[in-house]
Design a protein. Structure first.
Length: 101
């Protein structure tokens, strides 16, 4: 009999799907991703002006998206320019499409 462990049952795509889904689990983060998809680059100050939330809260949302690998930020002192991570963004779209198909 084969012993089933998490390593033999859970695939890499399932782990990625869960990570991306967690990052998408708040409407502010979904908004940020949609904004980045339409504008390609968004500066931190622009996000802070556009969203009616505290900067500290915005920072937490940005951190979640960065931790999931969906976005990255480039420091252009004194601002940070955010953009989608194209490799992981395409990966997330592929995984979600396959999951819901």
């Amino acid at each position: 009999m084969i012993e089933l462990t998490q390593e033999t049952v859970i695939t890499e795509d399932q782990e990625k799907l869960a990570k991306y889904a967690k990052a998408l689990s708040h409407p502010v983060r979904v908004y940020i991703l949609e904004l980045l998809e339409s504008k390609k680059n968004v500066y931190s100050g622009d996000l802070a002006e556009e969203l009616p939330i505290a900067r500290s809260t915005l920072s937490q949302h940005i951190k979640e998206l960065k931790d999931a690998g969906l976005i990255w930020g480039n420091s252009e002192h004194p601002k940070i320019r955010y953009q989608l991570n194209p490799k992981n963004w395409d990966d997330a779209k592929r995984i979600f499409t396959r999951f819901f198909w």
